[in-house]
Ligand binder design. Structure first.
Ligand code: ADP
Ligand code: MG
Length: 586
């Protein structure tokens, strides 16, 4: 862990303190130089002796973990700049949303700066590699940068491939990195006075204010989501989250248009999606899924230029889909599935290989259990028999013989009884017209509100499926048993697909709102943390996710690592933490 043992000397006479300080500092810097000299040309493991912290006058360098050989994962380092030196305006970091915006901005800058010096020093294997976290389009809390809300101290975490010739230490090359190249990268991104893009930083802080206000206004005015006019919804490609060039810009239908006043940007107009049940319809390829995906992602805030910076969705919004083959443990899915022919209990349902409908039922129940107030569903990725059963089918197969109570029978009660809204893309099934409060038609990427017309036409085709009036109950006390903790855990993240936990494959591919590999790593660490704390005990899912969320909220995402150096992690939501637990427990 980082020990912030820069020379303090508080309470000593000022003059004395200064000269004394300087001397000690020089000693400290020389200490690293001398060490480097001593270990030069030695076998690579002698690099381990460098572990510790070193004073670089403007900042403290901390060597937290040293790689075992030149081909292993590069060594973990951090730098800490004292608040007095960093000197960012206090009001840029004294409240959470601004602090995250500041951290995001200076981390991006630091990351660009270190990438410029990467591999300037040379050698075998990963020698000379210098790299920091590279955030995507979202602005979120990351362990790679931290600004202390009280002191203003700035911390960057990064990795360096300690240089080697063959397998012996090339200390000259490491000296070149640490003394020649790194100081400028650190100072240019972590010291406000030296900042060249102060204006851009101010804009990012103001954007964060506006985004926060927009979220609050959306909520206060009873909307589940808001999409500003002029937003760019589609992305560049399936593998790039950058905005599509020459996209049709978003424009709200007149009837759904609302205007809010933001503190910096001033007036902003866009489409407000009211709480309740919203249906998105339209022909194939007209932009329905793109709108829904935008809403899925807008539980997070986006950087300037992304095209979605003024799109906000209820932060508890969860994308639900079918997920054949997932495992389900001890779950009450009777809201949707009951009276199975094999007599299996669906109030305590377990399977290692769920079907399309049972998996989607489980995903829905779990989202509700974790506290979601907004369900986002695309018919493209749903199990048809989970969503709907048509009249003819219900005539032929009576509802009493059908274990599935389709979602269409639950969506209105979910809103009325539990305040849970649904936004649903349905291009082929008209039955949802009957239950929708709002119907949006996407036409060549332009939304139109057609609620009245759709309702009128639906009235001519009354929905003749039997209502189901069982009360909605959400089990918040479902208990699961975590395995006993191992002495050592080995975690290997596979992008946004999931991770290996020791030998267990945790497949999270279908938690489509996971932002990046850093968030995946954080999710895997929540699992490790919970197993260490509660392994072998039976405990409720709610207790587990509340515990880990509380840890992250109070101590920051880096607290998920209890020992050793802190890897790059980004803050996960409780829904993805729950999603991971629910797929892991057996
Ligand atoms: P749907 O779900 O209605 O079938 P999609 O949302 O999948 O349609 O969109 C179809 C294609 O149109 C996608 O390739 C998407 O990138 C593109 N697209 C979506 N919205 C826009 C837009 N506003 N401008 C330009 N292209 C868009
Ligand atoms: Mg689609």
């Amino acid at each position: 862990m980082l020990t912030n043992d820069v020379i303090g000397g508080r309470g000593i006479g000022k003059k004395y303190e200064n000269s004394e300080k300087r001397k000690k500092r020089e000693n400290r810097m020389n200490k690293l130089k001398n060490e480097l000299k001593r270990i030069d040309h030695k076998g690579y493991p002698a690099y381990k002796d460098l572990k510790g912290s070193y004073d670089f006058v403007k900042y403290t360098l901390n060597i937290e973990h040293v790689q075992g050989d030149p081909f292993a994962s590069p060594s973990a380092l951090s730098v800490r700049i004292k608040g007095k030196t960093a000197d960012f305006p206090k009001n840029y970091y004294d409240v959470y949303h601004r602090r995250i915006a500041l951290e995001d901005f200076i981390l991006r800058k630091f990351s660009r700066e270190v990438s410029k010096i990467s591999f300037k020093a040379k050698g075998s294997g990963k020698s000379g590699m210098v790299s920091a976290s590279q955030p995507g389009q979202e602005i979120m809390e990351r362990s790679a940068c931290h600004v202390d809300e009280k002191t203003g101290d700035v911390l960057f975490r990064f990795v360096v491939g300690f240089p080697a010739r063959g397998r012996s230490i090339d200390a000259g090359e490491l000296e070149k990195i640490l003394f020649g190249l790194l100081p400028k990268a650190v100072e240019d991104s972590g010291i406000f006075k030296l900042f060249t893009d102060k204006e851009k930083l101010k804009e990012q802080i103001e954007l964060a204010d506006d985004q926060k206000e927009l979220r609050e206004l959306t909520k206060e005015n009873n909307f589940a989501a808001f999409v500003a006019d002029g937003s760019i919804l589609p992305r560049e490609s399936g593998v790039s989250e950058k905005p599509m060039k020459n996209a049709v810009l978003f424009k709200s239908p007149e009837s759904m248009s609302v205007t809010f006043e933001l503190p910096h940007k001033g007036k902003i107009t866009g489409m407000g999606i009211k709480k309740g049940i919203t249906l998105i319809v339209g022909g194939g390829y007209h932009g329905k899924s793109t709108l829904l995906q935008t809403l899925e992602k807008a539980v997070y805030s986006h950087i300037a230029g992304d095209g979605r910076e003024y799109v906000v969705t209820d932060e508890t919004g969860v994308k639900l889909r079918a997920e054949d083959g997932r495992s389900v443990a001890n779950e009450d899915i009777s809201l949707f599935i009951r009276n199975l022919p094999n007599g299996k209990d669906t109030e305590k349902f377990s399977t290692l290989d769920a079907s399309g409908s049972t998996s989607q039922a489980a995903n829905t129940v779990e989202a509700l259990e974790a506290g979601s107030k907004l369900l986002l569903i695309d018919e493209d990725t749903s199990a048809t028999n989970f969503m709907i059963r048509d009249e003819l089918m219900e005539r032929v197969i009576s509802a009493d013989d059908e274990p599935i109570v389709p979602f269409i029978k639950r969506t209105v009660p979910l809103y009325r009884e539990k305040g849970v809204s649904t936004i649903l893309v349905a291009g082929s099934c008209g039955a949802f017209f009957h239950v929708a409060d709002t119907v949006i038609q996407m036409e060549k990427y332009v939304p139109k509100e057609i609620t009245e017309r759709a309702k009128k036409m639906a009235a001519e085709y009354p929905l003749k499926i039997k209502a189901d009036d069982t009360k909605i109950k959400i089990d918040e006390n479902r208990r699961v048993k975590l395995p006993k903790a191992d002495d050592r855990t080995k975690i290997k993240v596979m992008g946004t697909d999931g991770f290996l936990y020791n030998k267990t494959n945790v497949d999270l591919r279908y938690l489509e709102q996971i932002t990046d590999a850093e968030q995946m790593l954080a999710i895997s660490k929540t699992l490790e943390y919970l197993i260490r704390k509660y392994g072998g005990k039976e405990i409720s899912i709610k207790t587990l996710i509340d515990d880990v969320q509380n840890l992250i909220e109070t101590k920051g995402v880096s607290a998920l690592t209890s020992r050793g150096s802190v890897p790059n992690m980004s803050k996960p939501r409780r829904f993805e933490v729950a999603g991971c637990l629910n797929r892991f427990v057996k």
